[in-house]
Design a protein around this ligand. Structure first.
Ligand code: ADP
Length: 401
């Protein structure tokens, strides 16, 4: 491995205000170049189907293509205006609870966490390695999907299994989508015109993956995802909560292997498993035609959401806002309406006219009389990562030792 640590990198020059954000997923690389002087987006792109037919061979080739695309737009990575590179890293375990300046030691720690995120962390590490080879002189920052949930108290983070076994294998609830939950809960406080420390928020992040979190005064106190991003809400292709007995039953009675159960729960379940479609738009179209399977998928999805809203209301005690974000949350008025219908006894009153308006910015969709505000707040994980990255590049922590 290339042994250059970036901890000691000089602070960026005054006109070096650009940050590249890399999200190296299991089969795609997303990138965005932002100018933090005004938080504007200079470029963004996506290299898909890594390792698949018609796509690029591997992550290194995908990152090469991303670098070439930027160069072709006159925004090459060799620019002196680039201040830092930020990397989304899925699993930070209990070790990483905040954005972290990347060193060789940090990369090794992320590698040690691969068993907890076998699809994601290796791709993240490749992204980091390639980017450090391209610009060894720049500060590079890892921003962890799990970090925002590191404040979840033991009572909520522990599974009720044998403690020694749990500790030996790192089995606990870590939670994911943390960057989005942090960004959206803070933006919701802003929308309400209050300080984050004053508001309690239930965040519903509903994209292809979906998760809920309970945030008390800016601090996450519970979340629906667990050891892996499989637990909790119904997702595009993931089951969310199932009785763990289901897995045992499938192995014993259906003779399914561990890999087959893994594929079933992660790739062939959720909305897709229930009705054959994982896109909420298509499910809406089919429901309008009276399709029973699509209706069932929608109903199961919404029922699970209501359960978590109720559970997290009890966890928080006082709820100031319920906020919807990501692809489904930002765009599906039908899901929002169905999820919160009839919850007036909990202080939640939707305004169906406001809710139905298509808009792009943060907005309230509750009635003015509603005790609990209901909001739609677009998430922006790349901007959040860029902010964290730029902050660390400008003010690196003192080196220890
Ligand atoms: P990811 O988790 O991959 O970042 P997104 O947050 O972009 O995903 O969410 C993608 C999902 O959003 C799609 O699968 C689709 O179901 C849903 N979606 C996008 N636009 C709409 C819309 N207009 N109405 C309902 N659902 C939508």
């Amino acid at each position: 491995m290339n042994g250059r640590a970036t901890t000691g990198a000089a602070r960026p020059a005054a006109d070096a205000t650009r940050v590249l954000v890399l999200n190296s997923g299991s089969s795609s690389v997303k990138y965005q170049l932002l100018d933090m002087a005004d938080e504007s987006r200079l470029a963004s792109g996506l290299v898909e189907r890594i390792g698949e037919e018609g796509g690029v061979a591997d992550h290194t080739a995908a990152l090469d293509r991303a670098a070439r695309e930027l160069k072709d737009r006159g925004l090459g990575l060799d620019s002196p205006r680039l201040a830092a590179i930020g990397h989304r890293v899925v699993h930070g375990g209990t070790r990483f609870t905040a954005p972290t300046l990347i060193t060789d030691e940090v990369v090794e720690e992320i590698r040690r966490l691969v068993p907890l995120a076998p699809l994601h962390n290796p791709a993240n590490i490749t992204g980091i390695t390639v980017a450090r080879e391209l610009r060894p002189d720049l500060p590079q920052v890892a921003v962890f999907d799990t970090a925002f949930h590191s404040t979840v108290p033991e009572a909520a983070a522990r599974y009720a299994i044998d403690t020694e076994t749990a500790d030996r294998y790192g089995i606990r609830r870590y939670g994911f989508h943390g960057t989005s939950h942090a960004f959206v809960s803070a933006a919701t406080a802003e929308l309400l015109g209050r300080a984050p420390a004053e508001v309690n928020v239930i965040v519903l992040h509903l994209g292809n993956g979906a998760s809920a979190s309970a945030v008390r005064g800016g601090v996450c106190v519970d979340t629906s995802m667990g050891l892996t991003p499989l637990e909790g809400l119904v997702m595009g292709t993931r089951s969310g909560d199932v009785d763990p007995g289901v897995l045992l039953h499938l192995e014993r009675e259906a003779g399914m292997s561990t890999d087959e159960v893994d594929r079933l729960l992660n790739k062939r379940s959720g909305l897709l498993g229930l009705c054959g479609d994982n896109d909420m738009r298509e499910i809406g179209r089919r429901m309008a035609e009276g399709d029973a399977a699509a209706q069932l998928a929608f109903d199961v999805y919404v029922h699970r959401l209501r359960r978590y809203v109720g559970a997290f209301t009890a966890v928080l005690g006082r709820v100031d806002a319920v906020v919807f974000t990501a692809g489904v949350g930002e765009n599906s008025a039908a899901v929002r309406e169905a999820a919160l219908r009839g919850l007036e006894p909990l202080g939640i009153e939707m305004d169906s006219v406001r809710n139905a308006v298509r808009a792009s910015g943060p907005r309230l969709v509750s009635a003015p009389s509603s005790r609990v505000a209901v909001a739609v707040v677009p998430t922006d994980e790349e901007l959040a990562i860029a902010r964290d990255t730029y902050a660390l590049a400008l003010h690196p922590p003192q080196e220890v030792g």
